[in-house]
Design a protein around this ligand. Sequence first.
Ligand code: NDP
Ligand code: A1CAB
Length: 328
Amino acid sequence: MAGAATAAAAAAAVATATAASSTKLSSSTPYLTSSSTFSSSTTIPPPVTMLSSQLPWTPDSPMQIGFVGAGRMAEAIAMGIIVSGKVEANNVMASAPSDKNLWHFQNLGCRTTHSNTEVLQNCNIVFFATKPHILPIVLAEVSPAVTRKHVLVSVAAGVSLHTLEKLLPPKSRVLRIMPNLPCRVQEGAVVMARGRHAEKCETEYLQNLLSVCGLCEEVPEAYINIHTGLSGSGVAYVCMFSEALAEGAIKLGMPSGLAHQIAAQTLLGAAKLLLQSGQHPAQLRSEVCTPGGTTIYGLHALEQGGLRAAAMNAVEAATRRAQELNKQ
Ligand SMILES: NC(=O)C1=CN([C@@H]2O[C@H](COP(=O)(O)OP(=O)(O)OC[C@H]3O[C@@H](n4cnc5c(N)ncnc54)[C@H](OP(=O)(O)O)[C@@H]3O)[C@@H](O)[C@H]2O)C=CC1
Ligand SMILES: O=C(O)[C@@H]1CCC=N1
């Protein structure tokens, strides 16, 4: 259901932009600062031509992008950067132990292999998109092939830059990103933090590359686990909310397909209104609420069900889990 994924992305982007926004709430200034307001009409930055001299490659040798791990998140990022035209598919290589997910990359026209080391040997920027508990094994395996020319990007939830740098050769250029699944439809919310030996130019390049996937911001590493709880996992919360809204309509007799489509479109519309208006959610909510009308009755029912507390608890629980993952 593309609408649901887009709605989830836009809603997750709103939540991310809201969390990242430092704007004080006031009636006059827009809730979301211009730097944090994101909308699908945001112009895509020009193709990356100017590479910093510090980056380990030259303009006439195109960037080779690698993925170690070819699952849902790797494929979502690859889809975003390829479908947008930012990167040619044949400049992308993915590795995984089985063919279970590699065929997605083959379908995109990417190179694939079962050798993780081969990805390091052929690519400049390498995304590590295995599950967190697999990452130490993989980093130990590929470390002999890591050079100062590589920019290594971990996608794994919870694994800190300190842990990554301990698992990699000294002075490795490592960054950590937390994307979300709607990168697949270029409506993602991505945050990143750089390790001690990654340069600003690498963050700028990565931000330029991933900005085609949606909102993309460099943040202090302390925000990454919070972003995981808010937006990495938040897409699932929004999908559950969409499912529940639709089930309310189904209970009253609306056909399932129509109910789910309307629910997802409602989330998408509300998210776009929030993103493009820059309004605080409470301001927008008040515009829907007719005194004595229908909305206030629905909102009262949501308050009785503890929706706010449940949502806050969800973000906190997932953030705490991300923090635990680093201790494994
Ligand atoms: N799913 C999401 O929404 C998000 C996920 N993430 C993070 O992304 C990472 C991947 O998650 P996700 O894509 O959902 O997971 P998936 O299970 O979909 O993909 C995991 C991938 O890792 C591969 N893999 C397993 N063992 C190895 C190995 N030894 N060497 C190389 N590859 C290996 C799998 O291989 P095979 O194809 O053979 O099974 C698979 O391709 C996780 O760390 C997660 O925290 C971050 C943000 C959002
Ligand atoms: O559930 C997980 O651990 C991954 C990270 C954020 C979304 N999915």
